[in-house]
Design a protein around this ligand. Structure first.
Ligand SMILES: C[S@@+](CC[C@H](N)C(=O)[O-])C[C@H]1O[C@@H](n2cnc3c(N)ncnc32)[C@H](O)[C@@H]1O
Length: 227
């Protein structure tokens, strides 16, 4: 699968014909959506979100997904990463996805709804997995408050939760990917990852908006024992 959507940076800019009744922020959001080549390409390829390309791009670079793998997708809705993972692991693989929000089923995946911060939700994910995971993905992100320090702390808390889970469920050699925000504690997380993974990277895939502080930490070659 090509990692970048066609037509990036080319084509006509769509402008909103009417701004009546729309706030400036929502107008800006809508104009950006209408002109975003990843949004267009996601629609063309049947992906539920432009986020799907972030995973395909990271996979093209780091070879995270392989046939037959057992993958856990945390913060999965609307399901772009789940779709990419299901395609990549094939019928011999397994994908367990969870989100606090309801998510439409994805053929070939087990989709759960629950707050991953609750112990019970984590237990349901473990029960749905048939054994140790080869890859734990977390694209979990809380709704942003606009207050940078608060947003940073909340997203890092989710990434740490995902890492703690990954440490307990990964098979030896397994991998971990989590969304973080640049600007503070992500350096500490990379240091922690280095203890448990043979290779550690931080990645800003091209599909991740340049004006966003979002990036991903990646650990490969898990040294621990998992479950
Ligand atoms: C950026 S979106 C994920 C997009 C997804 N990777 C895709 O490809 O479509 C982040 C998701 O994290 C979810 N989320 C935030 N906090 C969560 C929590 N405590 N437990 C489970 N999901 C959570 C949100 O509901 C949201 O759907």
């Amino acid at each position: 699968m090509a990692s970048r959507p066609p037509g990036t940076g080319r084509g006509m800019t769509t402008r909103l014909k009417t701004a009546e009744g729309r706030s400036t922020a929502s107008q800006r959001w809508l104009t950006r959506q209408l002109n975003d080549p990843y949004v267009k390409a996601a629609k063309e390829r049947g992906f539920r979100s432009r986020a799907a390309f972030k995973l395909t791009e990271m996979d093209a670079r780091l070879h995270l997904l392989k046939t037959g793998m057992r993958v856990v997708d945390l913060g999965a809705a609307p399901g772009g990463w789940t779709q990419v993972a299901v395609q990549a692991v094939g019928p011999r693989g397994q994908v367990v996805a969870i989100d606090i929000l309801p998510m439409d089923p994805v053929a070939g995946a087990t989709v759960l709804q629950g707050d991953f911060q609750e112990e019970e939700a984590e237990q349901r994910v473990i029960a749905a997995m048939g054994g140790r995971a080869d890859l734990v993905l977390s694209d979990m992100a809380p709704n942003t408050t606009g207050h940078q320090a608060t947003d940073h702390l909340r997203i890092m808390a989710l990434a740490e939760l995902a890492l703690d889970f990954a440490r307990r469920v990964l098979a030896p050699g397994g991998a971990f990917v989590a969304k973080v925000l640049q600007g503070g504690t992500e350096a500490e997380m990379l240091a922690v990852l280095k203890r448990d993974f043979a290779t550690v990277k931080h990645v800003k895939p091209p599909a991740s908006r340049k004006d966003s502080a979002e990036m991903y930490v990646v650990g490969m070659g898990f040294r621990g024992a998992g479950l």
